[in-house]
Ligand binder design. Structure first.
Ligand SMILES: [Zn+2]
Length: 200
């Protein structure tokens, strides 16, 4: 393969850090950037990257990505404080919020247990979950991790830790295909999954 100028190679390498972007796509993006984009829009893009990284933080209460602390969901006085929906990532929160029918609070784990990848309980946002269960007015925990092996293992782990705590632990089940990621599940299916949760 022909050698590309170093600045182009560097740009390609940056695009390739993103999930789902291979060499070919990264090359297309890099060439598009230098051939087609205005100087000003390239600057705007780079400033948006830096600003997003600088201004978005994890909510100290629930772990959701937010610009304000606590996040708008935790700060909303109309939410049902007795239910916590435990999800893997902020993407799940955005998907469920878009459907607009869930009125409880969230807890974002920021991943799943995955011993093979070195992700144990300490790597997940779990300590604050235990604290919330103890200190807040939580009566039910809905485990909404994916129906994958890692999502199931994570749900089982949380169930085990909470076995002596006086909260109802339920698991979404109905309608979410086995092996499916929550973020790709359509809203109707997602709602049904929450409505038809079973005790766990
Ligand atoms: Zn929050």
């Amino acid at each position: 393969m022909m050698n590309l100028p170093k600045p182009l190679e560097d740009l390609i390498a940056e695009f390739m850090r993103y999930p789902g972007i291979g060499r070919k796509t990264a090359e297309r993006y890099a060439l598009f950037t230098v051939n087609r984009l205005e100087e000003s829009s390239v600057r705007g893009f780079s400033e948006a990257l830096v600003a997003a990284k600088a201004r978005i933080v994890r909510c100290p209460v629930c772990g959701h990505l937010t610009e304000t602390v606590p996040c708008p969901i935790c700060a909303d006085p109309h939410r049902d404080l007795s239910v916590l929906l435990v999800v893997e990532s902020s993407k799940d929160v955005f998907a469920i919020e878009k459907s607009g029918t869930y009125r409880g609070l969230f807890h974002v784990l920021n991943g799943n247990l995955s011993p093979l990848n070195g992700i144990g309980p300490d790597e997940l946002n779990l300590k604050s979950l235990w604290a919330r269960v103890e200190n807040e007015t939580v009566k039910e925990i809905i485990l909404a991790t994916s129906a994958t092996q890692e999502g199931e293992a994570t749900a089982m782990y949380i169930r085990r830790v909470l076995k002596d705590v006086d909260v109802v632990v339920s698991r979404i089940a109905y309608g979410v295909p086995v092996g499916a990621n929550l973020e790709y599940t359509d809203e109707v299916t997602l709602n049904r999954a929450i409505q038809n949760r079973r005790e766990f």
